[in-house]
Design a binder for this molecule. Structure first.
Ligand code: SF4
Length: 338
């Protein structure tokens, strides 16, 4: 299979997600009857290659974190397929999933709530090593010390508790814990959005250095386009549970094809203060995922919506090599699962 064909459908990628759907039932009444569904993620397809960062962007509540949780098997999927190194993992029993767990790790937005406050930093990082490897206490301590050094923490901080670290240091601790079992893909869910801007840059640069050094892949979930532009190789844009555009970073930022991506990018400040960009203000709020609009989900806010958009959902189309867009206004070959 040629590289182009492989890139058109993700075959052979480290992680391949096809038609992922996750609905949460809404229960009401004494008998907890299901009265509706939250359409958190609907028919989402993408892939991540070895050593690649795929940025997943969109407004809060668009389904990007649910997508990350599904990849990590922290939530069951309603339908669709998740393949890790060619093997379906979306329905694997816990015991069989354990073999893959060490390779799939996570860094979360709020390291304080994701780190056990009663454990010393050393034990937080040692825990996944103890879980997955048969090493002596001295070897574990040595490995933890080297991870501390690698993420920019000092060995004498190993005895501290999470509350004794600053926000940036806690996120470094979270990264050390994710690195401990030698993962191949890390789902980074808004890893810098709770940090000061200067600290954000340090953490992003650390993640990029680690990728270069260890060949890691990242699924990088964020709402901040500037951060996503800095770290990603490719970017997928989500709106109300669907991916609406996916392409390489340069193309997305220079030539967005979906009206929602155009609106998102119009709000990003340009580095040159003299350069002007026309701001596109979207009318209204994001509709509820309990009752998403028919047709194109973006039609209630799209500045160029047409009659057809209210009735017919747009197919994902390959508008240029590696560039997929779901919009009736764009020409291209329809793609089954990008
Ligand atoms: Fe706008 Fe229609 Fe394109 Fe949806 S399909 S983004 S509503 S033009």
């Amino acid at each position: 299979m040629t590289a182009t064909a492989r890139r058109a459908n993700g075959t052979g990628a480290l992680l391949n997600v096809e038609h992922l759907t996750k609905h949460y039932p809404i229960r009401k009444g004494v008998f907890s009857r299901v009265s509706g569904q939250v359409h958190a993620v609907d028919d989402v397809s993408f892939w991540v290659e070895e050593g690649e960062t795929l940025g997943l962007v969109g407004e809060s509540g668009c389904g990007k974190s649910t997508t990350g949780k599904a990849v990590l098997r922290l939530t069951d999927v309603t339908s669709g397929a998740i393949s890790w190194r060619g093997q379906r993992i979306d329905a694997l029993p816990a015991r069989e999933m354990r073999a893959h767990r060490r390779e799939l790790q996570a860094v979360f937005q709020d390291p304080y709530s994701s780190l056990n406050p009663r454990m010393r930093a050393e034990d937080i990082v040692a825990e996944p090593i103890r879980n997955f490897e048969d090493r002596s206490p001295a070897e574990i301590r040595e490995r933890v010390a080297s991870l501390f050094e690698r993420v920019g923490l000092r060995a004498d901080q190993m005895v501290k508790y999470p509350y004794e670290f600053s926000g940036g240091q806690r996120q470094r601790l979270g990264i050390a814990r994710a690195l401990a079992p030698n993962p191949r893909l890390i789902v980074c869910d808004e890893p810098v959005s709770a940090l000061d801007v200067s600290v954000q840059a340090q953490v992003i640069n650390l993640l990029m250095d680690l990728q270069d050094e260890l060949g890691l892949s990242y699924l990088f979930i964020a709402h901040d386009l500037a951060v996503v532009e800095h770290i990603s190789h490719r970017v997928a844009v989500m709106y109300l549970g669907k991916i609406v555009e996916i392409t390489d970073k340069r193309t997305l930022f220079a030539n967005p094809q979906h009206p929602y991506t155009e609106a998102l990018l119009s709000a990003v400040p340009l580095p040159d203060p003299k350069a002007a960009r026309k701001r596109i203000i979207l009318a209204g709020d994001v509709p509820s995922p309990v009752n998403p609009p028919a047709g194109c989900r973006f039609h209630t806010r799209c500045p160029v919506a047409q009659e057809r958009c209210r009735i017919e959902a747009p197919a994902m189309r390959l508008t240029a090599p590696g560039h997929l867009v779901a919009c009736h206004l764009r020409d291209g070959e329809p793609v089954e699962a990008p």
